[in-house]
Design a protein around this ligand. Structure first.
Ligand code: NAD
Ligand code: HSE
Ligand code: NA
Length: 439
C-alpha cells in the first residue's frame, strides 16, 4: 500500500478539534477508502495545555505554525487558525512554497490572498483545497470548480453565514433579542473569533468574493463588495416583512450585469414561499444560475465544528486519492494567470424592488408628500400602508412602502427628499427585495 499521507494541523479550536476527532475515529475506514492511511503527525495551536477532548500523545507539537509548515514532516498542511494575515498567511505560503498541499477553511485569507496563493500552489504542483471556506459543509466549491465547468453563470446568491441566519431565525420564531441569539450562536461554535465579521456582513462578503471568482472567472475582488450587515434589523422589521409575505435573510449576491459584476451583501426580503426563505437556523443555501445546467440550489449545514470538519476531511481525502506526478486542478477552477480582471457594476444602478419603512410624525399631508417623492423619482409602488407606532414610540405613524422594480439611485434620492421634508421621526429602514426561485 502507498505510504501514509502525513497531516499537520495548524489550529485546534472548534474546527481543528472536530477534524482531529473525525480522522482518529474513522482511521480504518479512511484507509480503505483512500487506499492509504491518513495520519495526523503534527499540530500547532496557541495553548498546549488546553483540554480539547483529543489525545495529542504521539503527535509532534509546534508552538509556531510556520515551523510546522517548514518541518519536512508533513505532506498536507491544514490551516484552521483563521485571519487574513500572519501567522495564517505565512504558514500557508511556506507550506505551498515547499511543495506541501494545503487545505484551509479560512475565507478571510482566501478573499484577500487567494489569487497569490493559487499561483504559488500551481507553481509547485500542489493542491490548495478550501471547500470548508464557503458555506461550511455544503460542497459548493466542488460544484463550481468541477461539476459546472463549461457553464456560463449569470448569478450566484445565497445564505452564506450560519451565525446571521441562526440569529434572524430565532428572532423571527421566538421574538428573542439580537444579543441573546448571537451569544447562543457563539456558544454553539458558529461565530467567528470576532463575531463582528459575521453580523456586519464581512464574512459573507469574503465567501461571496470567492464564489464570484469561481462563477465568473475573475480575480477575487473582496474590497468591491457592497456590505450591509444585520445589526440594524429589528424584530419590528421582521414582523412587518412577515405581514407582507416576506422573510428577511442576509444574502450574498453576485450577478453579471450589462455594466459589470454586482457583488452585494445585505439583509434581503425574500417571498415566504421561495425556497431560500425556508432555509433556517445555521443552514446555508447557495443558488447558481447556469446556462447549460439551469438553476442549482444546494443547502446544508453552514457552520459548526463537525459540519466544517466534514468538508475539510473531504478535501484531505481528495489529496490522499491523488497520485504523485498527476496534474492537479487549479485552485480557482482555471489557471490563476488566466483569471480576468474584475469589473465592478455601480451599486447605484442596482435594480430591484425595495421595502421602505418610515417613522413619521403625525402631520397632515405626510402620506401625500411621501407618494409625491416616490413619483418624482419614477418609483412605482406595489403597496403603501400606514400603521400605528410600535409600543416603544409615543406618537406618530409608520409608513411602509413596497416598490416595484426600480434603481438604487432612485430610492436613495427619494429617501433623501423625504428626509429633507422634516417629518421623519427616526432613521428610515430600506431593505432590498431579491428575485428568487419559487418553493
Ligand atoms: N467554526 C465554524 O463553524 C467555521 C466554519 C467554516 C470555517 N471556519 C473557519 O475555520 C477557521 C477556524 O475556525 P474555528 O471556529 O475553529 O476557530 P477557533 O477560534 O475555535 O480556533 C482557532 C485555533 O487556531 C489557533 N490559533 C489562532 N491564532 C493562532 C496563532 N496566532 N498562532 C497559533 N495558533 C493560533 C487557536 O489556538 C485555536 O486552536 C477560521 O478560518 C474560520 O473562519 C470556521
Ligand atoms: N462564522 C461562520 C462560520 C462558517 O464559515 C458562519 O457563521 O457562517
Ligand atoms: Na463548502
Amino acid at each position: 500500500m502507498t505510504e501514509a499521507l502525513r497531516i499537520g494541523i495548524a489550529g485546534l479550536g472548534t474546527v481543528g478539534a472536530a477534524l482531529f476527532s473525525a480522522i482518529t475515529a474513522r482511521h480504518t475506514m479512511l484507509t480503505q477508502i483512500c487506499g492509504r492511511e491518513i495520519r495526523i503527525v503534527a499540530v500547532s495551536a496557541r495553548d498546549r495545555g488546553r483540554d480539547r477532548g483529543i489525545d495529542l500523545s504521539g503527535v509532534t507539537w509546534f508552538d509556531d505554525p510556520v515551523e510546522l509548515a517548514r518541518s519536512g514532516e508533513i505532506d498536507v498542511l491544514v490551516e484552521l487558525m483563521g485571519g487574513d494575515s500572519d501567522p495564517a498567511l505565512s504558514t500557508v505560503r511556506t507550506a505551498l512554497g515547499r511543495g506541501v498541499h494545503v487545505v484551509t477553511a479560512n475565507k478571510a485569507l482566501l478573499a484577500r490572498h487567494g489569487v497569490d496563493l493559487a499561483t504559488i500552489a500551481e507553481e509547485h504542483g500542489v493542491l490548495l483545497n478550501f471547500e470548508a471556506a464557503v458555506a461550511g459543509g455544503i460542497p459548493v466549491i466542488k460544484a463550481m470548480r468541477e461539476s459546472l465547468t463549461g457553464n456560463s453563470i449569470s448569478r450566484v446568491y445565497g445564505i452564506l453565514n450560519g451565525t446571521c441566519n441562526y440569529i434572524l431565525t430565532r428572532m423571527q420564531r421566538e421574538n428573542m433579542g439580537f444579543a441573546d441569539c448571537l451569544a447562543e450562536a457563539q456558544r454553539l461554535g458558529y461565530a467567528e473569533a470576532d463575531p463582528a465579521f459575521d453580523i456586519e456582513g464581512n464574512d459573507t462578503a469574503h465567501k461571496l468574493a470567492i464564489l464570484t471568482s469561481l462563477a465568473f472567472g475573475t480575480k477575487i475582488a473582496c474590497d468591491e463588495v457592497y456590505i450591509e450587515g444585520i445589526t440594524n434589523i429589528t424584530i419590528d422589521d421582521i414582523h412587518a416583512a412577515d405581514e407582507l409575505g416576506y422573510r428577511i435573510k442576509l444574502l450574498g449576491v453576485a450577478q453579471r450585469t450589462e455594466t459589470g459584476i454586482e457583488q452585494r451583501v445585505h439583509p434581503t426580503m425574500v417571498p415566504k414561499d421561495s425556497m431560500i426563505a425556508q432555509v433556517d437556523g445555521v443552514t446555508n443555501a447557495v443558488t447558481i444560475e447556469a446556462d447549460i445546467l439551469g438553476e442549482l440550489m444546494l443547502s446544508g449545514p453552514g457552520a459548526g465544528g463537525d459540519a466544517t470538519a466534514s468538508a475539510v476531511l473531504g478535501d484531505i481525502a481528495d489529496i490522499a486519492k491523488s497520485r504523485p506526478g498527476h496534474q492537479h486542478g487549479p485552485a480557482l477552477g482555471r489557471p490563476a494567470a488566466s483569471l480576468e480582471p474584475y469589473r465592478q457594476a455601480e451599486m447605484q444602478s442596482h435594480q430591484g424592488g425595495y421595502f421602505i419603512s418610515l417613522r413619521v410624525e403625525d402631520r397632515t399631508g405626510v402620506f401625500a408628500s411621501i407618494a409625491t417623492e416616490m413619483a418624482k423619482n419614477g418609483i412605482s409602488l406595489e403597496s403603501i400602508v400606514q400603521r400605528g407606532q410600535p409600543a416603544a414610540a409615543r406618537s406618530g405613524q409608520t409608513v411602509i412602502l413596497v416598490t416595484h422594480a426600480t434603481t438604487e439611485a432612485s430610492v436613495r434620492n427619494a429617501v433623501d427628499g423625504i428626509r429633507g421634508e422634516g417629518y421623519l421621526a427616526g432613521a428610515p429602514q430600506v431593505i432590498r427585495i431579491e428575485r428568487t426561485a419559487a418553493g
